[in-house]
Design a protein. Sequence first.
Length: 418
Amino acid sequence: MQRVRTPPPTPNFGGTMKYSWVVIAWTDPELEDRITRSDYFKVKENPGFLKPLGIPSPRAYRPWVINPAIDVWQEIQRKINRETKGSAKGRSSVLDLKDEDGQAERRYVFTLRFYRPGTICIEVSLQNDIGATVEEWFRYRNLSEHKSAAVVVDCLIGIVRTGDIKEYPVNNSFFSKTAMLIPVEMSSEEFATWKNENRPQIAGLLINNHNYDVASPELTEKIFARNKELDIKYAKSAFSMISKQGVLTSFAVSSPQFINDISREHLKRFRFLEYASVLQKLVEQVPLIRRHDEDVADFLLYLSIPFLDEKANLAKTVTGTNTWQILAQEFGLQRSFESLEKPLIEAVEAKTKYFLTIPQSAFDALDYSGHIKSATKAHTKGWISKDFAGNKIIVFVVTTALTIVGLIIAAVRFWPKI
């Protein structure tokens, strides 16, 4: 009698996970001036940030990099060690943190980016794998559960906002998005079964829906269908999903090269999520930015317009195009742009010919605002320049002169003779 081989059981949904977060905080339009003059930060251009995403065009809304001085990290270390139940070690962007006594120490890396003129972006990368059950996965996906890391973020935002390491605000307003990387120790065949059996949990974790077990099956299918085009490249051994709430990538552990490839793809999607979040914030704040500096606001919006279209095509990458179109739709970027007042959009269109005279190398340069002022000088003269171009000013001057002459003749005619 032939013995039938029983396949190994598929592991349950759980295990270790790598977490990262991107934190977005809007401050005010004057922040750009403060951070570039602060002694506590070194600000540098970051022209290569978007290139891995397939966005090489100079016309794009690129960030700058903020490198805090050691004084900033010393203040944060002091804050955690003296004013919280946790502890902090390190005087750089790499910190070993505990949330309270007796808890395991974890290593976090903090990277600061700045999007003109007032958006702070902090990337938080947890270097340790944590979690074991799906409940822990849901718990730890929230940055607030990493109490000491959340304190670091809050302090960084307050210090950047004020440029002061002594008197800075705490409990700052910000929101965060999560990236989750899940390695699974199994074969490709087992991985396909694991993915299929845990579809509700995966979809729930992606959108942070703790009640995935009572969610509509249609919701799960909709989320998977939307992300179908992202998985073609590694479909048998990995999948990656994205939404406005986060990024989730899982893979069957294989060769180191395969792990590196998946990790790079995961990071790209995470960058896309950051970029979509920041563009949404820019469009939201454009009216306020214009009250501070109309030309700067219009120029930054001009840089962003190609990526606000829900059908935007990134020539360098098909997967990147699919990723971006998902995010553009979920964030409603095109609708946000179209909801801006018509005169504002028309003002950007009218200035485009002036923006085209700015050297492309200056689009994200530290001195970009000077180039804007120089290029738009003719436009900012307003009605004089535009009316001369349309001969309206000539008509106005002639009409005014004739009126004045007529008034003088009338005055002379009827003035009482002495």
